[in-house]
Design a protein. Sequence first.
Length: 589
Amino acid sequence: MGEIAERFVDSTDDVRIAVYEQGNPDGPTLVLAHGWPDSHVLWDGIVPLLTDRFRIIRYDNRGVGRSTVPKQVSAFRLGRYADDFAAVIAAVSPGAPVHVLAHDWGSAALWEYLARPQAGERVASFTSVSGPSADHVNRFIVGSLLRPYRPRRFARAAAQFAHFAYMAVFSTPVLGPATVRRRLRRGTLDRLLTVRDGIAPERVHHSPNLPADALNSLKVYRANYLRSVFKARNDHYVDVPVQLIVNLDDPFVRPHVYEDTHKWVARLWRRDVAAGHWAPMSHPDVLARSVRQLVDHLDGAAPARELLRAQVGRKRQYFGDTLVSVTGAGSGIGRATAFAFAREGAEIVVSDVDEGTVKETAAAIVARGGVAHHYVVDVSDADAVEEFAEQVCAEHGVPDVVVNNAGVGHAGLFLDTPRGEFDRVLSINFGGVVNCCRSFGRRMVVRGMGGHVVNVSSMAAYAPQQSMNAYATSKAAVFMFGDCLRAELEQAGIGLTTVCPGVIDTNIVHTTRFDAPAGKRGKVESRRAQLEKFFNARRYGPDKVASAIVDSVKKNKPIRPVAPEAHLVYGVAHLFPQVMRSTARGRVL
């Protein structure tokens, strides 16, 4: 992490704060403030990601590490923590304002500091992680509990108050220290981090004196818990740009605590992350990227798409400031889907194996006032898809929505279908979905900001037909693959929808290969013409599927049949599977 310089700063009531400096001495100053029971070591996973850009200042809170351990409970009130922060920035950056990234009680202390006059002159931006303002939390909980006629808000406030029950335990003399001592001795904290929150052991950063630090600074609960419950400012407004990292799985600070933050903060950004309480350990990349994007923007750079999406109060269309990738977008469902997302404000990445048609799709989006980028890719080629994903993410960022639509049609009995053709259908229809999910899904998980994947299957996935063996098999594989992958991606806050269109009027029949015995090959074209006529007469176009896809992403639908027959057959397939097996016998041509 580079050389670390240690120094000590004198604060109020004879407390000395241990301060650690590293990073780019010519960069903007970024101060990192930790909470309980951590020390400055909490940030060990994030600091290497920021040292090239920032001059980084970390410090140990009073009662922790090499900082002074006061004896009085009153010395641990939030006002004293705010004094320590003021002393640190006065010593390390007496002239220029600083940027701040703070967690837990460290973040609560920053909110306390920002309530002071002229605080905005010393803090350029504040990124808060799992540490809301005590005043704002009080207004949310107490204000909501006094209004039982708003049942949803009342229930949320009651639930949050219950989630703070551990604070009452920690605030109790004898009981609090005994509880902490026992849990640390039994390794409870590490189990919570590695088992419950899924943090890799190498990402868990504790000071070597964690038990002593935890007990010495436990007075922060006794000093602040009851005061926060019964006392709060009514005018805690903040002019400093604030960025909230809201951990959706935080068992202590629930997301709805921040519902009213926009009423107190003039410039606010909010990023929801599928993380537990200790995001500095579980999602260091997300926090580092969030700080960079905010500071870069405040320094004059154009805002990143993620930052625009996080800005609270900014007017946008539903998919405004999002990036959507659609494969097979040269025609049919893919093209209609790209148009549908573009109409709702998304920036579109369209791809297809046919360069001419995908260019037309992109040009049509641009002509309508949208933003689109076209690429040529064969989704059945895993290496090509990986290169495609790498290029897209490097040039435009990680997509927020990935629609895996590329596919081909096929008709014919299994024994009449050449091995190469059968494999080709599987490699495109199923392999293409797998390749795109692997390449884009991995990047979406690493990004840590959620998203959505749409895999286009078919009604044929649950409607067996001997005349569509290869096609139905490939689509059934997509269906089951989606069910398996959905459970995995949900842990990262990524939704997955499997779309199952019925009889849709596209050009798929025209491009479908028909494999038939030698004696029946002459009937192929006449049968193709009959099917095309039937599909045209059906008058159920790809725009209906596109609308269903957009709606499914909004509502996070797991399975979405499209067209009346798709819904009907889906129900029959699950209630009367033998009926579907019986109907599998039908003519090929």
